[in-house]
Design a protein around this ligand. Structure first.
Ligand SMILES: CC(C)(COP(=O)(O)OP(=O)(O)OC[C@H]1O[C@@H](n2cnc3c(N)ncnc32)[C@H](O)[C@@H]1OP(=O)(O)O)[C@@H](O)C(=O)NCCC(=O)NCCS
Length: 141
């Protein structure tokens, strides 16, 4: 799975995928500030040169976080999100007490299955966390 650092040149594809999947609403400025943050790990995956997905982590040892992960519909269920997750989590050391946190919509069963497969455990929830009133489930790796 060809994974490499996200660059500004990827942002057109990243924004198009985000809006096609309608799961998050970051603007270009927010992605740019992630690209410039030295604690952020911004990754893309390309299959035979075709943009297929992205993920952004904040790597801060015990307070690390997965902020976003997405795979284009035509590339889903081929292990791409798993490869992106493994890449980011591979920078952490669970034995030394590193953790990775995330929050996800309660009804996002695909993402929840992905996270649970990779060792995340639900530890709490925030009721009506999202604008539309959906609850967020909090996960920790
Ligand atoms: C969630 C998402 C990133 C998964 O990407 P993906 O590349 O298809 O995931 P993978 O192929 O690596 O799948 C890994 C595991 O995730 C779970 N999973 C993925 N797609 C699933 C589906 N359609 N139904 C049930 N479980 C699913 C399964 O446990 C799967 O393991 P398996 O194939 O061995 O059963 C993708 O569906 C997506 O982009 N969704 C929209 C954006 C989103 O919701 N992002 C997360 C919130 S920030």
């Amino acid at each position: 799975m060809p994974i490499r650092p996200m660059t500004e040149a990827n942002l057109t594809h990243v924004l198009a995928l985000q809006s096609a999947l309608a799961f998050q609403n970051w603007n270009e400025k927010q992605f740019l500030s992630e690209l410039r943050a030295n604690y952020a790990l911004c990754l893309v995956n390309e299959e035979n040169g075709v943009f297929a997905g992205y993920a952004i982590f904040h790597l801060m040892e015990a307070d690390s976080e997965l902020l976003t992960i997405a795979v284009a519909p035509e590339f889903q269920r081929k292990g791409i999100a798993s490869a992106l997750l493994r890449h980011g989590l591979g920078k952490l050391n669970r034995d030394k007490g590193d953790h990775c946190f995330l929050e996800v919509r309660e009804g996002n069963s695909k993402a929840r299955a992905l996270y649970e497969k990779h060792g995340f455990q639900a530890y709490g929830k925030r009721e009506r966390y999202y604008d539309d009133g959906e609850t967020a489930i909090l996960y920790k790796w």
